[in-house]
Design a protein. Sequence first.
Length: 228
Amino acid sequence: MWLSNSSIGRKVVMSVTGLALILFLTFHMAMNLVAIFSADAYNMICEFLGANWYALVATAGLGALVVIHIIYAFWLTMQNRAARGSERYAVSAKPKGVEWASQNMLVLGIIVLLGLALHLFNFWAKMQLPEVLHMLGMHVDTANVTNGVYHIQNTFSCPVYSILYLVWLAALWFHLTHGFWSALHTLGWNNKIWFERWRMIGNIYSTIVVLGFAVVVLYYWLCGGSCC
């Protein structure tokens, strides 16, 4: 199958899964911003997205996208390194026109992956997972599984977690700014007129998404969930 057997096919898979994950991040960021304006509204969203069948299907689908994206990212990275062979050690200066993010996508991806693991530990493992375990008949504490604001306050009241999240978001910004236009380039939207336009749109879009997440972190860290 050309999606796995050819370099172009693997890049297409990376691009499609990456764009799908960007759409999810946009939804997640918008949802998180609700927590600043209304705790009750945010908790209603959390309850709606709990261990309901549609939420579980969406979670499984999202997990599959993440796994596929990660596998193909490592696959393409190893393929590119093998293709360059020993030549990759011969160049010490940054090639002209090549972004820093482009040269360090694997490292940025690993940081993003570690941040994702932290995020799952702080939120998913304390919200949807206990609901699922309870549905399976296990005795777990489900008192605050739909109280998203409670978990946000507990997490970001800790300066260490807040700083780690901000570092994660910085890495995510670099990853997104390169990945956004690179995905569109792979999918054929790469003519001379739109190439730079998509790069700018990607930078602006990625900045809005990351700032949306960062605002929530800073608000609950510095203000404790109440207006400064």
